[in-house]
Design a binder for this molecule. Structure first.
Ligand SMILES: Nc1ncnc2c1ncn2[C@@H]1O[C@H](COP(=O)(O)OP(=O)(O)OP(=O)(O)O)[C@@H](O)[C@H]1O
Ligand SMILES: [Mg+2]
Length: 274
């Protein structure tokens, strides 16, 4: 991403609200197979947008298009546009590595680097970006990021322990700390709680509610209650036959869950299929 764009998005952040996204006619392919079909929708700034739908409908593929991860799969490609504010992240002058810094991602399985300490895990992204920082600056970033991920109190006395020594829920919060350490605008989360117990899940949900004050969040979840609890907007994608990979319905979460306009959305949220 150009320096100018980064400065623009950071001005927006000074405004205390993160940048939003707008997806236009986005399609994604694995070879000849089209997994995402012509999706147009916003990812509203400073809000949580939930992506729901049955297994295989293209949720992970779609969310991986939002920070240009999809194209790293062999034979995969994307068409259409995805704007971060005014900048199309698929424009030819945009560096995908910069895109992934500004639009961070948290995965289904917590994936801290097991050979690294908790401290080094938090700053791993900063090291990758080759940013030169003093030890004092790094200490501040580590504390700020771990506080931001609601993990500081649990780990402040053992920052030199391995990231793998933490519980699953703590590891996921460590991954969130690693993501926010590079000061992204948008955080993408693909089923971040699916490997966690209910208490760890509850903590992550609380954390998501705090994070949206500063970041724009897109969240893939299989859990309808979770979507209803934490998201402001919901997008429903469908799989099967002709409709897989299509956006069936998008709207405020409250409306999608209480008064869906499409009968397939209704069938899905009431548990009739999926
Ligand atoms: N690497 C790949 N190569 C080929 N096809 C793939 C690949 N990854 C996913 N697909 C296909 O793309 C479609 C969408 O998959 P995707 O993983 O995005 O679905 P999903 O909605 O995230 O499903 P789940 O809820 O099970 O995680 C599926 O039909 C899947 O089989
Ligand atoms: Mg998935």
């Amino acid at each position: 991403m150009s320096q100018e764009t980064i400065e623009q998005t950071q001005t927006i952040q000074d405004d205390s609200l993160a940048a939003g996204m707008e997806v236009r006619n986005l399609s994604a392919y694995y070879g000849d197979f089209q997994a995402v079909k012509d999706i147009t929708m916003p990812i509203e700034r400073g809000k949580v947008t939930a992506l729901i739908g049955p297994s295989g409908c293209g949720k992970s593929t779609f969310i991986r298009c939002l920070n240009r991860l999809h194209e790293l799969t062999r034979g995969a490609r994307v068409s259409g546009q995805a704007f971060l504010e005014d900048q199309d992240i698929y424009a030819s002058n945009v560096d995908p590595v910069q895109v992934r810094r500004v639009i961070g991602m948290v995965f289904q399985k917590p994936n801290p680097f097991p050979m690294m300490s908790i401290y080094d895990n938090v700053i791993a992204g900063i090291k990758l970006n080759n940013a030169r920082k003093s030890r004092g600056e790094l200490d501040q970033i580590v504390e700020h990021s771990l506080r931001g991920a609601a993990l500081w109190d649990e780990v402040k006395d053992k920052l030199d322990h391995s990231g793998a020594s933490l519980s699953g829920g703590q590891q996921q919060r460590l991954c969130i700390a690693r993501t926010i350490a590079v000061e992204p605008e948008v955080i993408l989360m693909d089923e971040p709680c699916s490997a966690l117990d209910p208490i760890a899940t509850f903590k992550i949900e609380e954390l998501i509610a705090e994070l949206k004050e500063r970041y724009t969040i897109a969240l893939v979840t299989h859990n309808m209650q979770q979507a209803a609890r934490v998201s402001d907007f919901t997008a429903f994608l469908l799989s099967g036959e002709e409709r897989y990979g299509r956006l069936v319905e998008y709207g405020p979460t409250q409306q999608i869950f209480t008064n869906p306009q499409d009968e397939q959305t209704e069938a899905y949220i009431t548990g009739k299929f999926g």
